[in-house]
Design a binder for this molecule. Structure first.
Ligand SMILES: [Zn+2]
Length: 77
């Protein structure tokens, strides 16, 4: 059975969807890069220095010092 035309058609479709997605994503990725460049706060804890960790019990947990910025809330250089 020769289904090469169908294979080629699907490949072309996938290629065009991927290209469209890249174009859609590009402005967001550019914004993200720019925002990260000017951001000085730790992304892990949103600059709070603490992160909420859920314990085994459903709605319980505690705040812990952020391990990414060691509680400073400042982005690592
Ligand atoms: Zn942090």
């Amino acid at each position: 059975m020769n289904v090469v035309p169908a294979i080629k058609a699907i490949e072309a479709e996938i290629g065009s969807i991927k290209a469209k997605h890249r174009m859609e994503l590009e402005p967001y990725e550019t914004s993200l890069r720019e925002l990260r460049k000017i951001n000085t706060a730790c992304e892990m804890c949103a600059g709070k220095g603490k992160v909420f960790k859920r314990s085994c019990a459903e709605d319980e947990g505690d705040y812990y010092e952020c391990s990414s910025c060691n509680g400073s809330g400042v982005k690592k250089k």
